[in-house]
Design a binder for this molecule. Structure first.
Ligand code: ATP
Ligand code: ZN
Length: 297
């Protein structure tokens, strides 16, 4: 009976560091194998296998790893590919992780003749995501030739390889640098924790639940702030209403002050400067906002 879990994460690239940081933020300490391909959890039975991101859905599909962290774009591409080949998809999203945000967009040379999706009928589009692109074109009734390129997709139009591209965009600066304009967004993406649908032991399922609880705790702690302030007693309700994501604050008496109390609360949503200004206007003073390190339950 296997009592350990295996998780596949990207070995190097845009998701590598944050994937590992997330596992470490869950309190897991790792010992590295000599080749650094495997990392063994020392205080939690979770072992990390480091791969190219494109291979992560596959190892979950084959049941080699119970878990994986990969962009939704890669997971979707592999899912479409497996479906097209008539193979079963054996992985599913457990939790969106909020990093590696990007979108998969269609773009064409700026100021050119292609300004709508329909204008790409009969044209050639280069991409590293042929299955997502083909499905998108089909849904939108556009007949275009899809050319698969593994990298440097953005230079395809200037090389004369394609009329347009479908590629990942985050800030859009790469598109601007190559004088390309975005025509349409096919998919919004962020990194996700996926699980293999392969059979798991009871112990493994319990470990996944524990890990997920820690990940969710870490995520809500990151978004949360601990706010302390002084509030006039007759303004407590108005001040509480301004605090984002607070149900019941803690109130404490202030020595030698009959008019005011100390109010402490965990804000479960972002606290911004605008909130602080509103609090001050509502009569709050001595406002302190502190980060929350860990949170459970
Ligand atoms: P590998 O060597 O593992 O195959 P890669 O070159 O395919 O790496 P990266 O460029 O490291 O991949 O990107 C990994 C993931 O990061 C992407 O699949 C996507 O989910 C996410 N990402 C976020 N922003 C961007 C962006 N601007 N360009 C590309 N990927 C992005
Ligand atoms: Zn890749």
């Amino acid at each position: 009976m296997t009592k350990r879990l295996k998780i596949a994460i990207q070995s190097k690239g845009r998701l590598a560091e944050e994937s590992l940081d997330l596992l470490q933020a869950c309190g897991i300490k790792f010992r590295r194998s000599k080749d650094k391909l495997f990392w063994y959890g020392e205080n939690f039975p979770l072992d990390v296998i480091r791969l190219r991101d494109d291979d992560i859905p596959q190892v979950m599909n084959a049941g080699v790893c119970e878990l994986g962290i990969v962009g939704e774009n890669v997971a979707a591409e592999v899912r479409y590919e497996l479906e097209k080949l008539g193979k079963s998809v054996e992985f599913e999203l457990l939790e969106a992780l909020g990093f590696g945000r990007c979108r998969l967009s269609i773009a064409a040379p700026e100021g050119g003749v292609f300004e709508t999706l329909a204008s790409l009928n009969g044209k050639t589009i280069a991409t590293s995501y042929p299955y997502i692109l083909s499905a998108f074109l089909k849904d939108n009734d556009v007949q275009a030739n899809v050319v698969e390129l593994k990298g440097s997709v953005e230079i395809a139009p200037s090389l004369g390889v394609a009329d347009a591209i479908a590629d990942l965009v985050s800030t859009g600066s790469t598109l601007v640098a190559h004088r390309l304009a975005e025509l349409d967004v096919m998919l919004q993406s962020e990194a996700g924790l996926y699980q293999s649908m392969c059979e798991k032991t009871v112990e493994q399922q319990e470990l996944i639940d524990r890990l997920l609880l820690r990940i969710r705790g870490y995520q809500s702690a990151q978004a949360s702030k601990y706010v302390m302030l002084h509030a006039p007693k007759n303004k407590i309700d108005a001040i509480t209403a301004i605090l984002p994501g607070v149900e019941t604050p803690t109130l404490m008496n202030l020595e030698h002050d009959e008019e005011r109390v100390a109010l402490h609360a965990v804000c479960k949503e972002g606290v911004f400067w605008g909130h602080l200004e509103e609090l001050k206007e509502a009569g709050a003073s001595a406002i302190l906002v502190l980060p929350v390190e860990k949170m459970l339950g």
